[in-house]
Every structure is written in C-alpha cells, then in structure tokens.
Design a protein around this ligand. Structure first.
Ligand SMILES: [Zn+2]
Length: 309
C-alpha cells in the first residue's frame, strides 16, 4: 500500500501549531487563497490535499485536544465568519455547529456538512446522558463515507473557484484513489486474522471500521469519551478479556491511558494503539503526520493484535 501524501495537514509556521496553515504562505502572497476552516483532522487533511497551494486550511481543534469535548471560543466563531468555506463533520460530531452556522453574518461563506450523503450507523450509548436516537459520528473510518466527504469538499472548492475546477477534481480523485488503496489493504489484511474482535479500552470510535471488515467490536465507553465508563462496564470488559483469553487490548489516542492500563493490569493483556484520527498531538503536527500515516499504523497494530497473516 502506498502511504503518505504530498501535502501534509500539519505544517506550522510562526511557531504556532493550532492550525494547519500552508507552508508557502510567506512566499506566495500575490494569489488570493481560499480560506478554509475545518473542525476535525481528517477534514483538514482532505481539504489541504484537494486545495494544495490554492487554499489556506486551518483546524479549529488545538493540538492534542480530545475532539468530542471541543467547544468553540469566540475567536473561533470569528474565524468561521471570516472564512470562505467552513467544513464540519456533521451534527453528531459537532452539535455546536448548527447554532454558529445560523448566526453567521458572512453571506459568501460556503458551509459544508461533510456527512451529507454518507451512510450512518446508530451510535452505541452507555448511559442516559448520551443522546438516544442519534448516529455514530465517526464516519471517516468507513472509507466509502470518507470518499463522500471528499466529494462534498471538492464541490465547495469548485463553486468558490470555478477557474480551477479540473485542478480540484484531479486532486480529489487522487485522494479517493488512496482511500481505495487503504480500503483494499484493510480488506485483504483483516480477512486473514485469527482474532475477529477488537477489544477497545476507549470510546466507541471504530464501529464503522469493524462493520466494514466483518469484525466484532467491544469498547469500554460510548461514542464520546466524555462519559466515564462505570465500574460495571470495566468489570464486564475484564471478565470478557479473561474468558476469551484476549491477548491484545487497543487503546485510544489523546486521552488518559488510565482505563487501558487498569485493564492491562487486571488481565495481563498487552496494549496497542488504535488511533481514530480525530486530532493530532503536538509532536505529530511537528512530524507532519497525515491521515494515511495514521491508517497505516492502525493496520499494522491490528495485524499484530488480531494475529493476521
Ligand atoms: Zn470519537
């Protein structure tokens, strides 16, 4: 599988890592760049790769922040108002977005709901505080949905800048082709595993991925890490790991490893990272980690954890 991609969503200038701005901003000031504000790392990665040097993409999430607990600051609302295009994942990932969209005064702003046309699956919830009847927001981890998100983004770029329509079209096709390659690698690798269940010491982020490749998925928490797992949830998970002699437990990015370490301590299971790519840590931004880099590492770890040939 080909991994990595020419344009990264993590280049930092001016010593700040709170956005994924273009590295060539200083050298090319003649051309007006389309200002794109995104809410989540995969959207930022897609937008940067589709728009390349014609866009200036920023990510609202500060480095390392857990995405579900994000709430926009007044300065973020200003940023959205000053943008040409605002891309958000959808109302189940960013329930705050709708109110901001309604209140924008910038009449030229194009708002992209990246989930438009995606296939949603119901969320898995653990307690009464979580909104029943809503859907799993982690749509980018189904690679057909990810392609639909790419289509939604490219259409916005093309209507903002019709002179470069074919440029954006080609870049979006390239990105979609990479997603197809990733999908093929996941399909072939995960079809040949001894283990058929992902045991996750984190929130329910991999429902789409497990569904797509015919795996079972057991998570300690619901679709958002805000709700702490109950003692009963943890005991059930530990009992399941012991009963099924699960050797590897996966843990999530950017949250406290306490739950995973507790489970590992109780069961002797080994821990492996499974990164749902909501956001990047500061050191990952510095290294220029791409969405495809994360997906490749996840597949490498799934191969170990599920004992795939
Ligand atoms: Zn999540």
């Amino acid at each position: 599988m080909r991994v990595g991609i020419s344009v990264i969503c993590a280049t930092a200038i001016f010593g700040t890592f709170s956005s994924c701005k273009q590295s060539n901003k200083l050298t090319d000031t003649r051309q007006h760049k389309i200002k794109v504000v995104t809410t989540l790392f995969p959207l930022c990665d897609m937008a940067k790769n589709i728009g390349a040097d014609k866009v200036e993409v920023s990510l609202l999430l500060p480095p390392g922040m857990e995405a579900h607990s994000f709430e926009p600051k007044p300065s973020d609302i200003v940023k959205i108002n000053e943008a040409d295009i605002f891309v958000y994942t959808g109302k189940f990932m960013e329930p705050w977005a709708e109110g901001i969209i309604k209140s924008t005064v910038n009449k030229n702003l194009i708002v992209v709901d990246a989930s438009r046309g995606t296939k949603l699956i119901p969320g898995v919830f653990h307690n009464a505080d979580e909104p029943a009847g809503s859907f799993d927001p982690h749509i980018w981890l189904d690679f057909d949905n990810a392609k639909t998100m790419v289509r939604n983004i490219v259409q916005a770029f093309q209507s903002k800048d019709s002179a470069n329509k074919s440029f954006y079209e080609q870049a979006a096709d390239d990105y979609a082709n990479k997603l197809s390659e990733v999908d093929f690698a996941y399909k072939t690798t995960l079809a040949a595993c001894k283990g058929k269940e992902i045991v996750y010491a984190g929130h329910y982020a991999f429902g789409y991925l497990a569904n797509r490749y015919g795996l079972k998925y057991l998570a300690a928490q619901g679709v958002s890490p805000d709700a702490e797992p109950t003692a009963k949830d943890l005991i059930n998970l530990v009992m399941h790991i012991k009963k099924d002699k699960v050797e590897y437990v996966f843990y999530e990015e950017l949250t406290s490893p306490k739950i995973a370490e507790t489970i590992a301590g109780e069961t002797k299971a080994k821990l492996l990272l499974l990164n749902a790519a909501h956001n990047l840590a500061k050191d990952e931004i510095e290294k220029g980690v791409s969405f495809f880099d994360i997906l490749q590492r996840d597949l490498d770890n799934l191969k170990v954890g599920l004992k795939c040939q």
